[in-house]
Design a protein around this ligand. Structure first.
Ligand code: AMP
Ligand code: MG
Length: 335
C-alpha cells in the first residue's frame, strides 16, 4: 500500500516523479487526452505494476510516451515515408503511431508483439514530466480497467489510491478522449482506435487510410458487444436521437420506483427533455472534451444514466460513439 500523494506540477514534484520512475515505481500524469499511468518503458518489473494496479488484461499493449524532440528511431523502425509526413502534421498531439519495434521497449509493455505504439503528447505538463524523467514512459489510461477514463487528478485518485505513490496534478485534460491509434507498418495506414485525429485528417496527408474491422460501425446502440469499457458505476441505457419518447418512459419508470434518473445528451437534444440532465456541449470537440467528466459525474448523482447517440456531423463523432457505445453496452432495452 502507498500513501498516494497528489502534487501540482513544479520542480520539486517533477524531481520526485523522476526518482520514482527511475526506481521502477508508477507515476500518474496529465496529457491533452486523459491521465496516463506511467512506468519506465524498458523495465519489465515496472510495467507489470501497471497491469496489476489497473487490473488490466495482460494481452492489451501499452503506448510509449516520449518528449518532443526524442529520437524515436532509438526505439522503432520507421518503415514508411507517410509516417514522417503524418508526424510533421499532427505530432506532438493526440495521435499514436504503431511501428516495428527494435526490441528496446519491454515485451511486457508490447505484450510480446513486434510492434510498439509511440505518442508525443502536446500538453505542456505532459512534456514537462517526460523531459524531467528523460526516458520513454509506457502508459495506459490511469483508471481501473474497464472504468471510465480519468480526466482529472481526483478521478485517478478515486481508482488508484493506495496503489501508486504519486499523481501529478495538471488540472482537467483538454481533449477528453484517448489518442487515435494508427498502424503505420503497412503500405496504407490503419486506424486501430478512433480519436481526435480523424480518418479525414489522416487521408488529407497520406491520400488514404483504412479503419480496423474491430471498430463498431453501428453508430447507435450496439447490444451484445463482447466487452465493456469506459463504464461508469451506475446503470446505463443508450438511445438513438429519435427515441426520446422511449427514453422518457424509462426515466419515469425509475422515478416511480423511487430511483434517480439522469439524461446524458448534447445541448440541442436537451431542449426536448425535461428532468435531470448532464449536458455534453454542441460541437464534436466540446462533446469529446466533456464526455468522461460527465460519465464520472453521472455515477455520483444517478442510479441510471440515459444517454443519447451523438451526431454533430463532425468526423470526431466516430471516436465519441466508439467510447459511448462501450460505456453503455449491456444497457437495458425498453421496447
Ligand atoms: P489505453 O492506453 O488503455 O487507452 O490503451 C492503449 C491502446 O493502444 C489499446 O487500444 C491498445 O490496443 C493500443 N496499442 C498499443 N500498442 C499497440 C500495438 N503495438 N499494436 C496495436 N495496438 C496497440
Ligand atoms: Mg484505457
Amino acid at each position: 500500500m502507498y500513501d498516494t500523494e497528489i502534487l501540482k506540477i513544479d520542480e520539486r514534484s517533477l524531481e520526485l516523479a523522476k526518482k520514482y520512475i527511475l526506481s521502477g515505481e508508477l507515476v500518474a500524469f496529465p496529457t491533452e487526452t486523459v491521465y496516463g499511468l506511467g512506468a519506465l518503458a524498458t523495465d519489465d518489473g515496472a510495467i507489470r505494476k501497471i497491469y496489476e494496479a489497473k487490473g488490466r488484461p495482460s494481452d492489451n499493449p501499452l503506448i510509449v510516451h516520449v518528449y518532443d524532440g526524442y529520437d524515436i528511431e532509438r526505439l522503432v523502425k520507421i518503415g514508411n515515408d507517410y509516417a514522417k509526413r503524418l508526424a510533421k502534421a499532427y505530432i506532438p498531439g493526440p495521435l499514436t503511431m504503431v511501428y516495428k519495434s527494435k526490441g528496446i521497449v519491454s515485451k511486457v509493455a508490447t505484450c510480446g508483439l513486434d510492434t510498439v505504439g509511440i505518442r508525443v503528447p502536446s500538453d505542456e505538463n505532459a512534456q514537462r514530466f517526460l523531459r524531467a524523467v528523460g526516458v520513454p514512459i509506457a502508459a495506459p489510461s490511469a483508471n481501473a480497467s474497464k472504468h471510465t477514463s480519468p480526466v482529472t487528478a481526483m478521478h485517478v485518485y478515486e481508482d488508484l489510491k493506495g496503489k501508486i505513490p504519486l499523481i501529478l496534478d495538471g488540472g482537467k485534460c483538454a481533449g477528453g478522449i484517448e489518442s487515435t491509434v494508427l498502424d503505420v507498418t503497412g503500405e496504407t495506414p490503419v486506424i486501430l482506435r478512433s480519436g481526435l485525429v480523424t480518418g479525414e485528417m489522416i487521408e488529407r496527408i497520406v491520400g488514404n487510410c483504412e479503419y480496423s474491422k474491430n471498430l463498431p460501425t453501428d453508430k447507435a446502440r450496439a447490444p451484445g458487444m463482447k466487452y465493456r469499457h469506459y463504464t461508469p458505476k451506475c446503470e446505463t441505457a443508450l438511445f438513438k436521437r429519435d427515441e426520446t419518447e422511449k427514453a422518457k418512459r424509462l426515466y419515469s419508470e425509475y422515478e416511480k420506483a423511487g430511483k434517480r434518473a439522469c439524461y446524458l445528451c448534447d445541448n440541442e437534444l436537451a431542449e426536448k427533455l425535461d428532468g435531470n440532465k448532464l449536458l455534453l456541449g454542441r460541437t464534436g470537440e466540446e462533446i469529446a472534451a466533456n464526455l468522461y467528466d460527465k460519465l464520472h459525474e453521472a455515477e455520483k448523482i444517478t442510479d441510471i444514466l440515459i444517454a443519447f447517440e451523438v451526431d454533430t456531423g463532425s468526423d470526431i463523432d466516430v471516436g465519441i460513439m466508439n467510447r459511448l457505445t462501450k460505456a453503455c453496452d449491456g444497457a437495458r432495452f425498453i421496447p
